[in-house]
Ligand binder design. Structure first.
Ligand code: PMP
Length: 353
């Protein structure tokens, strides 16, 4: 606390990111990074962009990247917004669209940055409970509200929603923006981007951090009808004209164009996820059905804190959340095949002990 803090800053409850250890080498399965690394073509493009050109400001509208993304989806660049990681894109979207009065709705168990944005922008919110099995009843998303955000697949559960359920939310709430946060969609869920031409209240958010393995580059996207993208641009240009540097723009464009690397690596993640799920289940873990690059698991006999500490002792980091409903659970990111093997060997030892 400082006497110089504004009342708003005093009231903030910042998001706490997963640990990035510096002192010791861990197998890092705690922040849903992708172990396969960026496309070699993206690294080459970043190297090529590293030079005297860095004197100059980058393209403030990320024109080449937006055009490439638009072409892939049969949209126009006016349907695409790019920002400094999807966290920034989400923050701008909350700021741009959720201030119309009433509460912002999102699940009681979902990405914990959403309530943080609400506090930052003074937006009241209401938690919509997931079922006992962590499934989402989309029928609960109706009635007057300021906006809706749904992570699909959800985090940290990994459970996907079918597009018909997303459409049900869009139709039941035509007067507010529905943000679909598809950070993990490339690992097995259906993207709502296909619905954009039909719904003027749909904003789909993507990231390069997961399926393109570029969490360190900080690139995120939003796709929606041009009037929504224009709203985001108004916020962006009132905040930071250049959210993406030249290296990020060059790397993201090349990564986007390298469909082969994208498909090979995400398929590998999905195969390793399914093997990890089966391995954990064989050890007695309950594992939610994941369409993401992580699994959410608990053991009926061994407390999450015990598994967490046992894994840490064995050099493996996973993520534990203290929130009441999920304190028995651990979120485990999918690593390389070898890392997933090490995880299973470690949990086997912990469960046996
Ligand atoms: N949405 C969800 C559901 C996430 O889990 C994350 C990653 N923490 C993000 C958005 C943000 O990712 P990034 O800012 O790296 O694009």
């Amino acid at each position: 606390m400082s006497r110089f803090w504004s009342p708003l800053v005093q009231s903030l409850v910042p998001y706490v990111p997963g640990e990035q250890p510096k002192d010791r080498v861990f197998i890092k399965l705690n922040t849903n990074e992708n172990p396969h690394g960026p496309s070699p073509l993206a690294l080459e493009a970043i190297r090529a962009a590293t030079g005297d050109g860095l004197r100059l400001y980058p393209d403030p509208v990320a024109g080449d990247l937006r055009a490439a993304v638009a072409a892939q989806y049969g949209l126009t660049p006016a349907h695409v917004f790019a920002g400094n990681g999807s966290d920034e894109v989400l923050a701008h979207a909350f700021n741009a669209f959720f201030g119309g009065g009433g509460e912002v709705l999102f699940a009681d168990v979902t990405y914990s940055f959403y309530p943080t944005y609400c506090r930052l922008y003074g937006l009241p919110h209401r938690l919509v409970p997931l079922g006992a099995d962590f499934r989402c009843d989309v029928g609960l998303y109706r009635g007057p509200c300021a906006g809706i955000v749904i992570a699909n697949p959800n985090a940290p559960t990994g459970i996907p929603l079918p597009l018909a359920a997303i459409e049900q939310v869009l139709r039941a709430n035509p007067d507010v923006v529905v943000i679909v946060d598809e950070a993990y969609v490339d690992f097995g869920a259906d993207s709502a981007v296909a619905l954009i031409p039909r719904y003027d209240n749909l904003l789909v958010v993507h990231t390069f951090s997961k399926s393109r393995s570029m969490a360190g580059l900080r690139v995120g996207l939003a796709m929606g009808q041009p009037h929504l993208v224009e709203g985001l641009v108004r916020v962006k240009d009132s905040f930071n004209s250049y959210p993406l540097g030249r290296l990020a723009l060059a790397g993201a464009l090349a990564a986007w164009q390298d469909r082969d690397w994208f498909d090979r690596t995400r398929r590998q993640v999905m195969a390793d996820r399914d093997a990890m799920t089966a391995g954990l289940q064989a050890q007695g873990f309950e594992v939610l059905p994941s369409a993401a690059n992580f699994v959410f698991a608990r053991h009926p006999q061994v407390a999450a804190e015990v598994v967490l500490a046992g894994l840490r002792d064995r050099g493996i980091l996973v993520r534990h959340f203290r929130q009441e409903r999920i304190r028995d659970w651990l979120r485990i990111s999918v690593g390389t095949t070898a890392e997933c093997g090490a995880l299973l060997a470690a949990t086997a030892g912990i469960v046996a002990g």
